[in-house]
Design a protein around this ligand. Structure first.
Ligand code: PSU
Ligand code: MN
Length: 302
């Protein structure tokens, strides 16, 4: 890749070169997943949490046609406040670079760029996956296919509960993406501590996750991600009854308004925030914070 296609910040470049701990962070959650103006404060807070955990934060985004790994303060602010910032999955990167536009990167685009930059650990809120009603809409997040081809550990609170969680777990199995439950035997439910689905492998410490990453590297073979599924603490989860009720209404609203494609996930996240009086947002933030802190400890344990 030409040196100007993917640009690492000086701090990230030096840390990667010296094999110091680095954690990649996505920017779609900042630009399209959280309400303004809180999103800017959260962006800074997440970077600070990575540092507290002993790692260098590398938030990823595309600015004026340049893919950037590691943003300075001004760039982070642009991602948070500029309404022209688009949502970019992996497949959108080439057209965005060619057109010279700016965009926030989803899990698929972030994982791709972070892995290219030599970063091994990535934290987000909840992954994309198979949407409910998939048989009609064929809406499956590009996150899954990309994670099947990318060697990176992704710390997340499972997949977003707006999705068809059992179908998403099936797809992850088919695609050969490993899933570890972090201190849990149940796959987390994003806003909820548990999705009710089991996981095959559970780990108890950052060191154990690091050992799995080392084993994956030692095995070699086809590249694929490792999902570290870290549940939101029970006392921070969204009330499950409220969750189910508001989500059902949100899904119906989504259909009634014919919201499709890239707009579905931001629409539902915003709907839940509004209709739960902000409670879903707090659960989302608690999950993301926990994931970012854990990712930093995993990166530091490698
Ligand atoms: N996690 C969150 N909030 C978000 C996302 C993740 O807590 O907004 C974003 C991620 O960028 C993920 C995207 O890749 O939602 C999935 O969107 P879609 O379903 O359109 O692929
Ligand atoms: Mn989608």
């Amino acid at each position: 890749m030409p040196e100007t296609t993917v640009v690492l910040s000086e701090e990230v470049r030096e840390a990667v070169a010296a094999r110091r701990p680095v954690v990649a962070l996505e920017s779609t959650i900042i630009a399209h997943g959280l309400p303004r103006p809180r999103n800017l404060a959260v962006a800074g807070e997440l970077e600070a949490l990575v540092r507290e955990g002993g790692a260098v934060p590398a938030t990823v985004a595309v600015l004026d046609g340049v893919a950037r790994v590691g943003l300075d303060k001004a760039a982070l602010e642009r991602v948070a406040v500029d309404p022209a910032v688009r949502k970019l999955g992996h497949r959108d990167l080439a057209p965005a670079l060619a057109a010279g536009v700016s965009g926030a990167t989803t899990v698929s685009a972030t994982a791709f760029l972070a892995a290219r930059a030599g970063i091994r650990v990535f934290a987000t809120g909840g992954l994309g996956g198979v949407h409910r009603g998939w048989t009609e809409t064929q809406d499956e997040s590009a996150d899954l296919r990309l994670l099947a081809r990318t060697r990176i550990a992704v710390v997340c609170a499972g997949v977003k509960s707006i999705l068809d969680v059992p179908a998403t777990l099936q797809r992850l199995e088919t695609l050969g993406v490993g899933v570890l439950g972090y201190r849990t035997q149940a796959f987390p439910g994003f806003y909820l501590t548990s999705s009710g689905e089991p996981v095959d492998w559970a780990v108890d410490s950052p060191e154990e996750v690091a050992a799995v990453i080392r084993a994956q590297d030692a095995l070699g073979g086809p590249e694929s991600a490792l999902i570290v599924a870290n549940p939101v603490p029970e006392d921070r989860q969204l009330d499950p009854v409220l969750h189910d009720r508001v989500l059902a209404a949100g899904l119906a609203e989504c259909r009634a308004r014919d919201v499709t494609g890239q707009a579905v996930t931001p629409f539902l996240l915003e709907y839940l925030t509004r209709e739960t009086g902000g409670a879903s947002l707090e659960a989302n933030l608690a999950a993301v914070r926990g994931n970012v802190s854990l990712a930093a400890r995993i990166a530091a344990a490698r």
